[in-house]
Design a protein around this ligand. Structure first.
Ligand SMILES: [Zn+2]
Length: 440
């Protein structure tokens, strides 16, 4: 009796293990075929310990390197690098390649209303809701969670509420392993031969350390391709894996400069707009809102060209409350908020030039850096850096600076500030100040 029960249990357990193993295998196949890869666009890109510039650099990756996306937060991707380090990169500095039509698995929502989450946990933020029969591309799976492409970003759904549909399964279930074996050889003189044995003809002798891609392996010999395109064999025991050649990768501080401003999220706030024109030129020919916008667009362009993630509070002549402007900075967790204004005083021609304002001490360095270049490169006189209580500075949790870039009722200032050339020049100066500030 006892032994019968035991035997039944053993059988059942065995069955469960087999089924479990099968499911695991199928699961990992799907993962292999659908890993969400991105390619590094910047020449050098910092991988940080957390999603933002304030986090320390873990390592650096380089142009064309492939990263696997594990999650997303505040427009930063949590990634796994080719050598299996896990950290965070600015999402705008990588190219997302996952939307490849011939390599997709579609998942269908199986419940009426399902939360879409930022990470694979019920503790993580809900970033949206999806509904019965909605379909999404499945990118990845991890534990009980399925990663989907949701509004062009990666997000997670619990596996209980999504099922894989069969119709759009990829042609090839598992991608060919594209990671060709790389070897190095030639530290000591090493013969390259015509056939995979020591009796065959010597085609050449390596005398310097070189790297090769292994085309085929045969009886402990590697077939490799030489620079001239011909093929040769090398004894595998005289080679080493090439990955060790470049280890360890030390952060390169000369190129980190490029990455640092490029990693920054900058909110540019063109003052006024819409029903609020700001200061008006004495002859009524132009208003502050317009020249602030023009200057802001030049600055945005400059920063974008340097790779930065730029957010404009307004990009046309619309009205925004001061609260909304600050909200942009908070929502983006901006590394800097730059508010662009032009000045006016009650008595015409009594004041001239540019002035830089900040509110808290932590913003002073950024203010000073920008002001330094306004003074050096701006055509107007400079009135220095001042502490002030403006709403967009005082209520801003992010580093914020407000710039007054000339007087709308000073004759000399007026002769310059309504020109595209001035906006360009001043945007360049602000850009240089910011580059200097974000230099590590
Ligand atoms: Zn203003």
């Amino acid at each position: 009796m006892n032994s019968l029960v035991n035997r039944n249990l053993t059988k059942k357990t065995f069955l469960f293990i087999i089924i479990g193993l099968l499911m695991l295998m199928m699961g990992s196949l799907a993962v292999l075929a659908n890993e969400n890869k991105v390619t590094v666009l910047a020449s050098t890109l910092n991988v940080r310990f957390g999603p933002g510039l304030s986090h320390e650099i873990l390592t650096q990756v380089h142009e064309e390197d492939q990263l696997t996306i594990l999650g997303e937060e505040n427009q930063w991707y949590r990634v796994r690098s080719e050598n299996n380090e896990i950290g965070w990169v600015a999402s705008w500095l990588v190219e997302n390649e996952e939307v490849s039509v011939d390599n997709r698995i579609v998942g269908r929502i199986t419940a009426n209303e399902v939360n879409v989450r930022q990470f694979s946990s019920t503790d993580s933020a809900v970033i949206g809701t999806v509904f019965l029969n909605d379909e999404f591309q499945i990118l990845y799976s991890e534990n009980d969670w399925i990663q989907i492409l949701y509004n062009n970003r990666v997000a997670w759904i619990h596996e209980n509420y999504i099922e894989r549909t069969n119709d759009s399964l990829p042609e090839q279930q598992v991608e060919q392993d594209s990671d060709k074996k790389l070897i190095k050889a030639g530290m000591n003189p090493t013969n390259l031969r015509a056939e995979p044995n020591t009796d065959s003809a010597i085609l050449a002798t390596l005398t310097t350390l070189q790297e090769f891609t292994v085309l085929e392996e045969e009886n402990e010999w590697y077939m490799i391709e030489l620079e001239d395109g011909t093929q040769a064999y090398i004894a595998s025991w005289l080679t080493e894996p090439a990955e060790t050649v470049d280890q360890p990768v030390e952060p390169d501080t000369s190129s980190a400069y490029v990455a640092t401003l490029a990693e920054a999220t900058i909110v540019i706030d063109a003052g006024h707009g819409g029903k609020d024109p700001g200061a008006v030129a004495p002859d009524g020919s132009f208003v502050e809102a317009d020249i602030a916008l023009s200057t802001s667009l030049h600055l945005a362009n400059r920063l974008q060209n340097a790779g930065a993630n730029v957010i404009l509070t307004r990009s046309d002549d619309t009205f925004l409350s001061l609260n909304d402007r600050v909200y942009y900075a908070h929502r983006a967790q901006a590394d800097a908020f730059i508010s662009i204004h032009y000045d006016a005083v009650e008595i015409p021609n009594s004041m001239s030039g540019t002035t830089t304002y900040y509110h808290s001490e932590t913003e002073k360095e950024l203010a000073e850096s920008i002001n330094h270049f306004l003074t050096q490169n701006g055509p107007l006189r400079n009135n220095g850096v001042r502490q002030a209580d403006f709403f967009v500075l005082r209520n801003n949790g992010q580093k914020a600076v407000l710039l007054e870039l000339g007087y709308m009722n000073h004759d000399f200032d007026i002769s310059l500030i309504n020109t595209d050339h001035y906006h360009q020049t001043i945007a360049d100066a602000i850009f240089q100040g910011m580059s200097e500030y974000f230099r590590p």
